[in-house]
Design a protein around this ligand. Sequence first.
Ligand code: NAD
Ligand code: WQD
Length: 346
Amino acid sequence: MKKRILVTGGTGYIGSHTVVELQNSGYEVVIVDNLSNSSKDVVDQIEKVSGIRPAFEMVDCLDLAAMKGVFEKYPGIASIIHFAAYKAVGESVAKPLMYYRNNLVSLINVLELMPQCDVKGIVFSSSCTVYGQPDKENLPVTENAPVKMAECPYGNTKQINEEIVHDTVLSGSPIKAILLRYFNPIGAHPTALLGELPNGVPQNLIPYLTQTAIGIREQLSVFGDDYNTPDGSCIRDFINVVDLAKAHVIAIDRMLGDKQKSAVETFNIGTGVGLSVLGLIKAFEKSTGVKLNYKIVGRRAGDIEQVWADPTYANTELGWKAQETIEDTLRSAWNWQLKLREKGIN
Ligand code: NAD
Ligand code: WQD
């Protein structure tokens, strides 16, 4: 019998790609999403990609009774992947309580229900944001690099989430957890049936870049070329979303196969390659043949100068490694943008 996995936030950007990979690996998926940042059509898209329709429940993770109802309707859930959260840095500064409530209470509810419903494991979406700006000697960052004071409420929710998981396990709750710290997820499914659907004006680099390339935005602003980096622009570790999705399947396999070395494990999920913003623009132009209109402007407040992963622990211990090239990844983001235009969405 197929093992059943509950995926909260499963119609979102990373969640939808992960559902497909779980299905491809023989898992049965139940999605819970309140559609606050995604649409029900994604369930159809997932079915088109994998050939399997996941169960879908439009439920808010903040609603403890409704969540309990989901566990009762789908007995025998082996493990949970908890993606559901708000994720916009700027919005979190403007609406901190909304972020703290959603990102903290949704996790608390899931953790509270797990032992009651005999669910033994959780994979949690954490972020490289917990490292802030690592000291030079700590670059690339390993999982042991110090967690720095968060730059925004969103980042703080990820730090507190991690602590909540640790404290819950320490208290004797009979659960296991794997915390995945994602670096900068980008790109779309190679079929162009799934991808990122930003609401309004994108705040993140790739959607802004592809929207500029297609003519929705006039010009991409590059925030700063006077950083202490080789070309002066910021450096990030851009990780392909399908590679990232696969890391979740491997984490679930490990958890259910009883291979964890401790009840809570933490892994960096990045490529190990730091790429500058200007380098990424060049790679986009080269791989798509599309010329990008951009200009250098001042720094963006709160930006981290440079951060990229040391993924050695994930490579050796988890057995996961990023596979896709940056060129293929950027082409997938571009194809997704073209597909959105075809559908008249953006
Ligand atoms: P997303 O917004 O596309 O997906 C999140 C999904 O969760 C959405 O479909 C949304 O409708 C749903 N959701 C939000 N609150 C909910 C609630 N209370 N109940 C039910 N559903 C709810 O975001 P994403 O980029 O796919 O991110 C997924 C996770 O990964 C988030 O936890 C995010 O913080 C984390 N993460 C994202 C990035 C990134 O750059 N995208 C980087 C690091 C970590
Ligand atoms: C990347 C680089 C910008 C837009 C954020 C969150 C982080 C994580 C991922 C979840 C930076 C530059 C951007 C633009 C630009 N999310 N840029 N022009 O800031 O690394 O990370 O999303 O956990 O927590 O902080 O991602 O895509 O916004 O920016 O020059 O129009 O691109 O300055 O150097 P960031 P980003």
